[in-house]
Design a protein around this ligand. Structure first.
Ligand code: NAD
Ligand code: UFG
Length: 338
C-alpha cells in the first residue's frame, strides 16, 4: 500500500479519487488551497471510507508549502488534480491560468524532484487532441493546440512532463486524458459543486432540476450529428476515480511517460442527456435551444482500449447510473456543500 499526495483532492474528481484510494487501502495526504472546493468534501470522504486522511491547506504555486508537505510525509506517488478549469474564464484571464496550471505544475515537479518522488499521475483532458483529429481519439494521434487557454495549459503541462521523463529516467508519469466526467458517489454525499453559474452541462441540468435555475439552454441544434446537438463521451466520476487507483499502481511498477484516454467510447448527445435525465429521474427539465457556444466541437469520444489493455480499466457505470447519481447528489445537497 502506498502513501499518495493528492493535489486538488478536495475538488470534484479529487474527492471521489481519495475515497477510492482509501477503499483500496492507500494512505492519502490532500493538498488543496480550497479555491474551488470546501473541506466538507473531505470530511464526508473520511466518513464514507471510515478512515482518516491528512489535509494540508496550501497552494501548488508556493514552493515552501509544497516542500513542507514532502518533508512531513513519506510520499510514494502524487496525483495532480490542482488547477483551474473554466474555459471561458481562461479566455478572459489567461495569465491566471498560466500561473495556476503551468507554473503551479512546474513548482510541483520541482518539489517532487527535491524530495526524490518521481511517480506522478496528471489530470489531462481530451482537449489536447485539438480541433481536427477524427473520433475516436487514440493516444498516439498528433496533438494540436486547443482553441482555448485552459486546454492550452493541459497541452503544455503534458509536454513538460514528457520532456522531464525523457531527460531523467527516474520519472514515471501517467497522463490521464479525461473525456466528460459526470455523476457522483452512490451515497449522494459527495459530488460536483461549482461556484456561481455552472459552465458545464451536467451541473446545469441538476441545478434546473432542483429549482436553482429556470431552464437549460442547449447551445446549438444545427451540428452535423444525429439530433443536431453536440455529442460527448460522458464518464462516471467513480469510474474515472478507479482509473487513478489503477494508474498509480501501474506507475509504481513502470518508468517513462504514458498517456491513457479515460472515456466510455460512446458518443451521447446533449439532447439525449436531457431526455434520459428526465426519464430516469422522473423530472422535466425546461429547455430552450440557443445559439452555438464559441469554441465547442461538434462531437468527440474516446478509444479507451489502451486503458483496458494496460491498466485493466473498464467503465462499470451506465448512462442511467450517471444521471441518477448526479441527481441523487444534487437533491440531497441542493446548495452543494454549503
Ligand atoms: P475542481 O475545481 O473541483 O478541483 C480542482 C481542485 O484544485 C479544487 O479543489 C481547487 O480548490 C484546487 N486548486 C486549484 N488551484 C489550486 C492551487 N493553485 N493550489 C492548490 N489547489 C488548487 O475540478 P475537477 O473537476 O475536480 O478537476 C480536477 C482536474 O481535472 C483539474 O486539473 C481539471 O482541469 C481536470 N479535468 C477536469 C475535467 C472536468 O470536466 N471536470 C475534464 C478534464 C480534466
Ligand atoms: N452545453 C449546453 N448547455 C450548457 C452547458 C453545456 O448545451 O448549459 C453543451 C455544450 O455546448 C457542449 C456539451 O454540453 O456541447 C458539453 O459541455 P461541457 O461544458 O459540459 O463540456 P465540454 O465538452 O465543453 O468540456 C469538457 C471539459 C473541459 C475540457 C473539454 C475538452 O469540461 O475540461 O471537455 O474539450 F477541456
Amino acid at each position: 500500500m502506498a502513501n499518495i499526495l493528492v493535489t486538488g483532492g478536495a475538488g470534484y474528481i479529487g474527492s471521489h479519487t481519495c475515497l477510492e484510494l482509501l477503499h483500496a487501502g492507500h494512505d492519502v495526504v490532500v493538498f488543496d488551497n480550497l479555491s474551488n472546493s470546501s473541506e466538507e468534501s473531505l470530511r464526508r470522504v473520511e466518513k464514507l471510507a471510515n478512515k482518516s486522511s491528512v489535509f494540508v491547506q496550501g497552494d501548488i504555486r508556493h514552493q515552501a508549502e509544497l516542500d513542507q508537505v514532502f518533508q512531513a510525509h513519506q510520499i510514494d506517488a502524487v496525483i495532480h488534480f490542482a488547477g483551474l478549469k473554466a474555459v471561458g474564464e481562461s479566455q478572459k484571464n489567461p495569465l491566471i491560468y498560466f500561473d495556476n496550471n503551468i507554473a503551479g505544475s512546474v513548482q510541483l515537479i520541482k518539489s517532487m524532484e527535491k524530495a526524490g518522488v518521481f511517480n506522478l499521475v496528471f489530470s489531462s483532458s481530451a482537449t489536447v487532441y485539438g480541433e481536427s483529429n477524427p473520433s475516436p481519439y487514440q493516444e498516439d494521434m498528433p496533438l494540436s493546440l486547443p482553441n482555448n487557454n485552459y486546454g492550452y495549459t493541459k497541452l503544455i503541462i503534458e509536454q513538460i512532463l514528457e520532456k522531464m521523463a525523457l531527460a531523467d529516467s527516474r520519472w514515471s508519469i501517467a497522463l490521464l486524458r479525461y473525456f466528460n466526467p459526470v455523476g457522483a458517489h452512490k451515497s449522494g454525499q459527495i459530488g460536483e459543486d461549482p461556484q456561481g453559474i455552472p459552465n458545464n452541462l451536467m451541473p446545469y441540468v441538476t441545478q434546473v432540476a432542483v429549482g436553482r435555475r429556470e431552464s437549460l439552454s442547449i447551445f446549438g441544434n444545427d451540428y452535423p450529428t444525429k439530433d443536431g446537438t453536440c455529442e460527448r463521451d460522458f464518464i462516471h466520476v467513480v469510474d474515472l476515480a478507479q482509473a487513478h487507483v489503477l494508474a498509480v499502481a501501474n506507475r509504481l511498477n513502470n518508468k517513462g511517460c504514458r498517456a491513457w484516454n479515460i472515456g466510455t467510447g460512446s458518443p451521447i448527445s446533449v439532447l439525449k442527456i436531457k431526455e434520459t435525465f428526465e426519464r430516469v429521474n422522473g423530472i422535466q427539465i425546461p429547455t430552450e435551444f440557443t445559439k452555438r457556444r464559441v469554441g465547442d466541437l461538434s462531437a468527440f469520444y474516446a478509444d479507451a482500449s489502451r486503458a483496458k489493455a494496460e491498466l485493466g480499466w473498464q467503465p462499470q457505470y451506465t448512462l442511467e447510473d450517471m444521471l441518477a447519481d448526479s441527481w441523487n447528489w444534487q437533491k440531497q445537497n441542493p446548495n452543494g456543500f454549503n
